[in-house]
Design a protein around this ligand. Structure first.
Ligand SMILES: Nc1ncnc2c1ncn2[C@@H]1O[C@H](COP(=O)(O)OP(=O)(O)O)[C@@H](O)[C@H]1O
Ligand SMILES: [Mg+2]
Length: 166
């Protein structure tokens, strides 16, 4: 669940869209492909989950489904990597694993991306929890004990309680 300040939390609602246990990477890729079909310009997708749960893998599935030609890897040394879809909508792929100082966010011009016309996908979104826009998608991935290639994947939607602020 989001751990934003209680004041913000009061005005938002978290809608559980679906929880899926995938048994293989291929099933996760298929889920990502289905999820991608509903994405629109300006959408933000925040990923949560430990190292190796499949955040980058899921994002690869999104990018493939949206027709990106470039190979998607974790932007480990750059925080942000940008991909182009054939329809002209850019995908901004953030990875905040190595974010050490919030000042880096100011240099990055984070808000221009998050509130722009591209689709933002964010690994280690908990590192910028307070900057995450509402509405947004959240995807929470976790390991399944004793099953090396299984993952639990929860898809949520965080929205304002009424549309007035949206
Ligand atoms: N069910 C599954 N869904 C997604 N990835 C899986 C699954 N089972 C095994 N894997 C493997 O787990 C790894 C996930 O790596 P990655 O996407 O880089 O993780 P993260 O970005 O969360 O650190 C990949 O090597 C992938 O093949
Ligand atoms: Mg990753």
């Amino acid at each position: 669940m989001p751990s934003q300040s209680s004041k913000t939390l009061d005005k938002t609602e978290v809608i559980r869209k679906e929880t899926v246990n995938t048994q293989t990477p291929e099933e996760t890729a298929a889920l990502a492909g289905r999820f991608a079909q509903q994405l629109k310009p300006g959408d933000v997708v925040a990923f949560f989950g430990d190292l190796g749960t499949g955040k980058t893998f899921f994002i690869q599935g999104i990018c493939r489904a949206l027709g990106c030609r470039e190979y998607v890897t974790s932007p480990t040394f750059t925080i942000l990597q940008e991909y182009q879809t054939p329809s002209g909508i850019p995908i901004y792929h953030f990875d905040f694993y190595r974010l050490s100082h919030p000042a880096e966010l100011v240099n990055l011009g984070l808000e221009d991306f998050l509130y722009g016309e591209g689709i933002s996908v964010i690994e280690w979104a908990d590192k910028i929890q307070d900057e995450l826009p509402i509405p947004r998608w959240e995807i929470h991935l976790s390991f399944v004990e004793g099953q090396a290639t299984a993952r639990q994947i929860r898809i949520l939607r965080v929205e304002w309680k009424d549309d007035q602020n949206a």
